[in-house]
Design a protein around this ligand. Structure first.
Ligand SMILES: C[S@@+](CC[C@H](N)C(=O)[O-])C[C@H]1O[C@@H](n2cnc3c(N)ncnc32)[C@H](O)[C@@H]1O
Length: 320
């Protein structure tokens, strides 16, 4: 290992051991001592690469920790994944589909794991033959590229998050929470996860990386949390129910969401996929979205890394 790498690693470790306030003070100290000339303000400057790279490297370490805490499919022990029978995933079965978590294995590292054989790419259609087919890939987490978009000025970064509370509904590995803690100033982050294995994993990860401040994990069914929802400004809903309950249950969930749970006027919902898609996948035809929510148009420019098709999976709403 080069002396430069050793120095970088030591520096990153040093930063990780500081709490949020001390980290801010240390940042000011660095700016002064290295004469970076941008004072003590908290605005983002191009000449602060060390701080941003320390955060990126911390996120990488969190990802490494999570990879070693779950199996390669990032499923909880005995987790019951339900294959949707309608919509985009029609025809996906446990034989022809592989769950590759987009947060743990983003597109830039996935080929490495596939080449090493850790993650398969095809399946045998009739055992022992060479008659093979490509597997379908599905992810149950946002990738870091998705999250860059979610928190960019085009989506949630348009709001001053310093005064806001964001809830990630079905927080699973905690991807949204770690990312938002590191790269945004969101006042409070709440992760709600029904699966006890994932709720515990998120809490131990937050503790290990000293990120408990500003983040609360709730191991409950989201549908029972009306009071907590009232304290929130923005809810992120990423495929919460589709793969985790039957179509009949999925149907009931959306009636309950509309009529009882998501009723706070002004509450913002960032949904992936859009609500219309979820309702159609659940086989619901009699909920008129326009009576319930107003769409807030998203924007885009060349800095967005995810393609237009992926961007169209996201929709921002405000409850009327
Ligand atoms: C597709 S994952 C979303 C992961 C995470 N939000 C992200 O974007 O990276 C959906 C999660 O919702 C959880 N879930 C399903 N039904 C739930 C409920 N009623 N209350 C809370 N969590 C639920 C599942 O266990 C699963 O971990």
């Amino acid at each position: 290992m080069s002396q430069l790498t050793v120095a970088k690693n030591k520096f990153t470790q040093l930063c990780e051991n500081l709490n949020e306030r001390d980290f801010e003070a240390f940042k000011g100290f660095l700016v002064d001592s290295l004469d970076l000339g941008c004072g003590h303000d908290h605005h983002h400057h191009h000449d602060e690469p060390t701080v941003d790279s320390a955060k990126t490297s911390k996120l990488d370490r969190i990802i490494d920790h999570l990879r070693s805490s779950v199996n390669v499919y990032a499923e909880a022990p005995e987790e019951n994944i339900v294959y949707p029978k309608e919509g985009k995933f029609d025809g996906y079965t446990n034989k022809n589909t592989i769950h590759v978590d987009g947060f743990l294995y983003s597109d830039d590292v996935l080929p490495e794991f596939q080449q090493s054989g850790a993650i398969p790419t095809s399946y045998c259609k009739d055992c022992n033959s060479k008659n093979i087919s490509d597997l379908n890939f599905i992810s149950h987490s946002f990738s870091t590229q998705d999250l860059d978009y979610v928190f960019s000025k085009h989506v949630l970064g348009r709001y001053n998050l310093t005064d806001l509370t964001i809830m990630d509904v079905g927080s699973r590995l905690g991807a949204v929470l770690y990312y938002a803690h590191l790269f945004t100033s969101t006042k409070k982050l709440i992760g709600v996860e029904i699966n006890p294995f994932f709720a515990k994993l998120q809490q131990t990860t937050l503790n290990k990386f000293k990120m408990q401040n500003r983040v609360q994990i709730i191991n409950e069914d989201f549908l029972t949390l009306s009071q907590t929802i009232n304290e929130c400004d923005i809810l992120i809903m990423h495929n919460v129910f589709e793969w985790f309950c039957s179509q009949e249950e999925h149907k009931n969930v959306w009636y309950k969401l509309k009529n009882q749970v998501l009723t706070k006027k002004g509450l913002k919902l960032l949904c992936c996929p859009p609500i219309g898609q979820s309702l159609s996948d659940a086989g619901i035809k009699d909920i008129n979205i326009d009576d319930w929510v107003k769409v807030i148009p998203l924007t885009s420019d060349d800095s967005v890394q995810i393609d237009a098709e992926r961007q169209s999976d996201f929709c921002l709403y405000e409850i009327k």
